[in-house]
Design a protein around this ligand. Structure first.
Ligand code: HEM
Length: 505
C-alpha cells in the first residue's frame, strides 16, 4: 500500500524537480549572458527586421510553407541592408539570427572568432542525410583532420596533367556546339563539362556525359541521381527546422545509387593499391586519399563532398561570367585580344595563363558581382559577441547567444560602393587595376575554412575561358535580359546562358 502512495507522488515530484532545475539553468544562462554582454560593452542591435509575430516567430513557418520564392532574392537582401544597416537582428522561430554584410563582422566569424562558431546544424543535417559526413558537415577536430588529409591531395596535383585533362573535356564540349551559329545554351554544357572533369580528377574515371557518341547509361544515371540529391539538400535547407518532417523516397533511392556508383571506384582503387599498381597511374584524389585511409565510408563521403564543392561552383562561375560577356562585346573583344596576344590560338600553358591580367580581372569581377556562394551562415557554439552592429550607431558589440545564427551576405558586401566605387553594381573588370579589397571580397570564404580548391578552380576557369575565347571570335546574347539568380547549392543564371557563337577561322 505504501509503495502505491510513493509511486503516486514520484511523478509530480520529479516534474517539479525538473521544472526547478530548468528554471535554475535558464537563470544561470541569462546571468552569464548578461555578464558577458556587460564585460564586452554590448548594446541592443542597431536595427531589427520587422516581424509579424515577435513572440514566437511563427513568421518563419509561414514563410517556409506558403511564401512564394522571391525572384530576385539576392537583390532584395541587398536592399534590406541598405534600409536597416549592415547588421541587423531577426527573430525567427524560437531563436534569433543576425544578418550582416559588414566585412569586420564577417572577418570575426570566419577568422578572429573562429572557435566561437561552427557550421549550422540545419545545414549539417540537410547535407549529411544525402551526402554522408564529409568536410562540408564536419566541425572541430574531425574537420581539421579531414582538411589536413585533403589539402596535400590538392597540392600533389600536377598542373600539366590537369590542363591536359581539361583540354580533353573541352574538346568534348566543342563537339556539342554546332557550326551553324544557331543559338545554344552554354549553361548545361558547362555543368556537364565540370561533372566530366571533376569525376575524372577525383576518381580517375570520367562520367563523360558530354560525349554524345558514348552510351554511358550508368554514368548518366549517376549525373541525374546527383542532381536529385543536391536539389533535395537545397529543399531541406529551405525548410529549415521543418526539414525533419520531410521524407523524399526518390531522393533516398538516388542517394543509394550515388553511393553504389562511387563505391565501385573506391573498391577498384583499394584493389589496385593492394596490387601496387598505384605508382604507374596518374594520382587522382581518391588514390591519394586511399593512401591515408582504407575506410570505405570515409573515402566515399569525402569524395562526394569534394564533388559538391568543386563541380557546381565552377560550372556556376563559368555560366555567370559568359552570361555577362555575351552581353558586353567590347569586354569579350578585349579579353580575346589579350589571350591571343599571349598564347595565340594554341592551348595556353600555366605560365601564360598567369600573365593574362585582363582574364583574371574578368573572373574576379564575375565572382564579385555574382558570387557563386552569395550567402552563408555560422552558428554560435557558445555565448559570444560580434564586434559591430550594436547601439544606435552600430559601432558597439552585439551579443550572440549560443545556438544563434549569423547569416553573412557576400553578395551585398561585394556591392559596397565605398570599396568598389559608385558603379559597384556594374560589371567593370578594369576596377581591379590596383584594387586590394582584403576582407571586403570573399568569393572563396576566408580564415581557416577558406576554400581548399581556390587555386584549382581558378586554373580550371582561366583555362576554359581562354579556350572559349580563342575558339569563338564573337559571342552574343540572344536578348538583353538581366542576370537573375537560380539560388541552389551554388548560384547560377536562372534562364541559362543562351548565346550565338561565331567560330574563329
Ligand atoms: C569557383 C569555384 C569555387 C568557389 C567560388 C568556391 C567557394 C567556396 C566557399 C565559399 C567555401 C566555404 C564554404 C563554407 O565554409 O561554408 C568553399 C569551401 C570548400 N571548397 Fe570551394 N569553391 C570553388 C571551387 C572549389 C573546387 C574546384 C574545389 C576542389 C577541387 C573546392 C573545394 C572546397 C572544399 C573541400 C571546401 C571545404 C573547406 C573547409 O570546410 O575546410 N572548391 N569553397
Amino acid at each position: 500500500m505504501s509503495g502505491f502512495f510513493e509511486n503516486q507522488y514520484v511523478m509530480p515530484y520529479s516534474f517539479i524537480l525538473l521544472l526547478i532545475s530548468y528554471i535554475c539553468h535558464c537563470i544561470y544562462k541569462q546571468t552569464r549572458q548578461h555578464q558577458l554582454s556587460r564585460s564586452k560593452g554590448c548594446k541592443d542591435a542597431q536595427s531589427k527586421a520587422p516581424v509579424k509575430d515577435p513572440f514566437i516567430g511563427f513568421d518563419f513557418i509561414y514563410d517556409c510553407l506558403f511564401a512564394k520564392p522571391i525572384e530576385k532574392y539576392l537583390d532584395s537582401t541587398f536592399k534590406t541592408f541598405q534600409q536597416l544597416g549592415a547588421t541587423y537582428a531577426y527573430k525567427r522561430w524560437t531563436w534569433e539570427a543576425v544578418y550582416t554584410c559588414d566585412s569586420r563582422n564577417i572577418k570575426h566569424v570566419l577568422a578572429s572568432g573562429f572557435d566561437d562558431f561552427k557550421l549550422p546544424r540545419l545545414r549539417v543535417n540537410a547535407m549529411m542525410g544525402l551526402l554522408g559526413s564529409g568536410i562540408f558537415t564536419l566541425n572541430g577536430y574531425s574537420w581539421s583532420h579531414a582538411r589536413g588529409v585533403l589539402r596535400p591531395c590538392f597540392a600533389k596535383q600536377n598542373k600539366e596533367s590537369i590542363v591536359n585533362m581539361l583540354e580533353m573535356h573541352f574538346q568534348a564540349l566543342l563537339r556539342r556546339i554546332p557550326n551553324d551559329r544557331a543559338t545554344i545554351d552554354l549553361q548545361p554544357l558547362f555543368f556537364w563539362l565540370t561533372m566530366d572533369f571533376a569525376t575524372d580528377f577525383l576518381m580517375g574515371h570520367s562520367t563523360r556525359v558530354l560525349d554524345r557518341a558514348s552510351s554511358h547509361a550508368k554514368e548518366k544515371q549517376f549525373v541525374d541521381d546527383y542532381l536529385t540529391c543536391s536539389t533535395e539538400i537545397v529543399r531541406k535547407m529551405q525548410l529549415g527546422p521543418l526539414q525533419m518532417f520531410s521524407i523524399n523516397f526518390a531522393a533516398m533511392r538516388a542517394r543509394s545509387r550515388v553511393f553504389r556508383y562511387i563505391d565501385d571506384f573506391i573498391n577498384a582503387s583499394l584493389d589496385k593499391k593492394d596490387e601496387s599498381e598505384f605508382t604507374n597511374m596518374g594520382c587522382n584524389v581518391l588514390q591519394c586519399l586511399s593512401a591515408v585511409t582504407t575506410d570505405r565510408k570515409q573515402l566515399r563521403d569525402q569524395i562526394l563532398h569534394i564533388l559538391v564543392a568543386s563541380r557546381d561552383t565552377t560550372a556556376c562561375l563559368l555560366s555567370n561570367l559568359f552570361f555577362v560577356l555575351a552581353k558586353k562585346p567590347h569586354i569579350y573583344d578585349k579579353l580575346r585580344r589579350e589571350v591571343i596576344s599571349i598564347a595565340g590560338v594554341e592551348p595556353a600553358t600555366d605560365n601564360q595563363l598567369n600573365n593574362m591580367e585582363y582574364l583574371k580581372w574578368c573572373v574576379q569581377e564575375s565572382l564579385r558581382l555574382h558570387p557563386v556562394i552569395p550567402t552563408n551562415a555560422r552558428e554560435a557554439s557558445k555565448d559570444t559577441v560580434l564586434p559591430y552592429g550594436g547601439g544606435e550607431d552600430g559601432n558597439s558589440p552585439l551579443l550572440i547567444k549560443k545556438g544563434s545564427l549569423v547569416m553573412y551576405n557576400i553578395y551585398a558586401m561585394h556591392r559596397d560602393a565605398r570599396i568598389f566605387g559608385p558603379d559597384s553594381e556594374e560589371f567593370v573588370p578594369e576596377r581591379w587595376n590596383g584594387l586590394r579589397p582584403g576582407w571586403n571580397y570573399l568569393p572563396f570564404n576566408g580564415g581557416p575554412r577558406i576554400c581548399i580548391g581556390q587555386k584549382f578552380a581558378l586554373l580550371e576557369t582561366y583555362y576554359l575561358v581562354s579556350r572559349m575565347v580563342q575558339t569563338f571570335e564573337t559571342m552574343s546574347a540572344v536578348d538583353d535580359s538581366e542576370w537573375i539568380e537560380l539560388y541552389a547549392l551554388a548560384t547560377t543564371c536562372k534562364d541559362g546562358v543562351k548565346v550565338g557563337l561565331t567560330r574563329a577561322n
